[in-house]
Ligand binder design. Structure first.
Ligand code: MSP
Length: 520
């Protein structure tokens, strides 16, 4: 996912269905995109981060009906909820697209019209199995394997014969296969890439892209009897959003982030449509895995569903940065699912945030307070004690390969290095001898400077606390620069030796107070 020189970095999340309320899954993907967007802004890249809601189709139409309101009123409400929660959780998206907005509908419709005009979308007839709840056609093989029942709801599949518009997916099979084969990072992780490769090699049939039975959707251009199938409508958001912002040069996106269950649409149908439209393909599709909860698949009936109320409870107790840290460092990037468990949350919070970053900042500030009247001591500029030159590069590499866990660990490793340096040099012992004070000063300067750099690297994960720390050590201008989606200059900011001797260092309250588990 390397960024071509001088091109803005454009990252997207799925647009979320408004037939359900926001939960951990939606918050997670958006937060991953947020951390990645923050990293790019910190590095100085112009960045565009898109999220939004997917508002057409049968599921949404049915949910509105069940709630006794019009589909538009219904989508307005739930989409507003998504947006409000992303705002409350300080997600720094640049735009929030809704598929019911005219700016999207008009452009999506024009693309479909183009596909019709060039013969890539055509009117045909479908005869076969249909999963009504999912609004999906099911192949004969799959229908047999599923015992002619929906794989999702278990309800019987229906046999339908209907006129439909089809997209000539088969026509793009070879081109797509070749592209995926020759671009190893186009679909990631590798396990997902291999899944896609074997399905594409197995052969692609044309797919229905309209529904004649569902009125809540974009009308098929030139044929109002049909609506555009919700998935096709939705995929276009990635393109319509940047055009609506008058930023067509943002396309192609460098990164589409999705969950593993929507791989097929993004890895096969979307690139095939782009090929048909003669648009460049996106840089990378990354499909992460799933959150489960307390060791089990999340379910309303089991009562282990991590909904907003539950997430808010964690934010209330531990703070938003702590929730970010847990989701981003323990989350299901990669191919394994991750467990959201209270005991693990507390352990990670105490180990990483309270006992490591928080504690080290407090300890160093306290000694500077005690021995140097709260002012940064004079300096020996000894970056060699920490090997600071390496940090920034490995950190950027980790982000570029979307290894969030490794990226977070680099910041934390710097803090750990500071801790062991303090243990080794024991400034608190040296300080007992007044002659040794210059030596103590050098040690504490090195510690404070290393912590300043650590906090730069930790910022995409725990921005509020890092900014708080900066304001205590005289680097509030970093926060000013990054405010309102501004960009920084990481390579410059991590250069050793910027903390000025004499700068007031404020200890302040604990950044992450240790959490005591109540003994039952
Ligand atoms: N509307 C479609 C996407 C269209 S994109 C052009 C959709 N929406 S959704 O509301 O169901 O959101 C699905 C996404 O939410 C997943 O792809 C994933 O990003 C996130 N998650 C939902 N549940 C999740 C977990 N349990 N764990 C992690 N993320 C999951 O599909």
């Amino acid at each position: 996912m390397t960024k071509p020189a001088n091109k803005p970095f454009y990252v997207t999340t799925p647009i979320y269905y408004v037939n359900a309320r926001p939960h951990i899954g939606h918050v997670y993907t958006t937060m991953v995109a947020d951390a990645i967007a923050r990293f790019h802004r910190l590095r100085g890249d112009e960045t565009f981060f898109l999220t939004g809601t997917d508002e057409h189709g049968k599921k949404v139409g049915d949910a509105a009906k069940a709630n006794g309101v019009t589909p538009q009123a219904y989508t307005d409400e739930i989409s507003g909820e998504f947006r409000a929660v992303f705002d409350r959780y300080q997600q720094t998206y640049n735009d929030f697209i809704r598929t019911t907005q005219p700016r999207h509908k008009q452009r999506a419709s024009a693309y479909i019209k183009q596909l019709i005009d060039q013969g890539d979308v055509f009117l045909g007839e479908y005869e076969g199995w249909y999963d009504e709840g999912q609004e999906e056609y099911v192949t004969e093989n799959n229908a047999r394997e599923q015992d002619y029942k929906s794989a999702v709801s278990g309800r019987p599949l229906t046999r339908v014969t209907e006129k439909n518009y089809f997209f000539r997916l088969s026509k793009y099979q070879d081109q797509l296969l070749e592209y995926i084969e020759s671009n190893p990072t186009f679909i990631q992780p590798d396990a997902r890439r291999n899944e896609v490769l074997s399905r594409v090699r197995g052969g692609l049939s044309d797919i229905a892209v309209s529904r004649s039975t569902e009125p809540w959707g974009i009308p098929m251009p030139g044929d109002s009897e049909h609506s555009v199938y919700v998935w096709i409508d939705a995929l276009f958001n990635y393109l319509t959003a940047v055009e609506a912002n008058d930023r067509p040069e943002l396309w192609p996106a460098q990164l589409h982030l999705i969950g593993k269950e929507i791989l097929w649409f993004h890895a096969v149908i979307w690139p095939a449509m782009l090929l048909a439209l003669d648009k460049p393909l996106f840089g990378q599709l990354y499909a992460h895995s799933y959150w489960i909860s307390e060791g089990k698949k999340m379910s309303k009936t089991l009562g282990n569903f991590v909904d907003l109320t539950e997430l808010d409870r964690y934010v209330e107790i531990f703070g938003l940065d702590a929730l970010r840290w847990y989701l981003l460092t323990q989350g299901p990037m990669g191919t394994a699912d991750s467990d959201f468990a209270e005991a693990k949350f507390i352990e990670i919070y105490n180990n990483d945030l309270a006992n490591t970053f928080g504690n080290s900042c407090a300890r160093v500030a306290k000694m500077i307070g005690k021995y140097f009247e709260g002012k940064a001591p004079a300096v020996a500029n000894d970056e060699a004690v920490f090997g600071a030159g390496r940090w920034c590069e490995t950190f950027s590499d980790a982000f570029d390969t979307l290894d969030l866990h490794a990226a977070a660990d680099i910041g934390l490793d710097v803090v750990r290095e500071v801790d062991s340096y303090i243990e080794k040099t024991a400034p608190f012992k040296l300080a007992k001898d007044p002659d040794k004070l210059p030596e103590v000063g050098t040690i504490l300067y090195n510690c404070a400077e290393a912590l300043r750099i650590a906090s730069m690297l930790l910022w995409p994960f725990i921005p509020d606390k890092c900014e708080q720390f900066w304001s205590r050590i005289g680097f509030g201008h970093y926060a000013e620069r990054l405010k309102d989606r501004g960009t920084g200059d990481l390579a410059e900011w991590v250069q050793w030796g910027q903390l000025k001797p004499g700068t007031p260092i404020e200890k302040g309250d604990a950044l992450f107070p240790r959490y005591q588990v109540e003994k039952k």
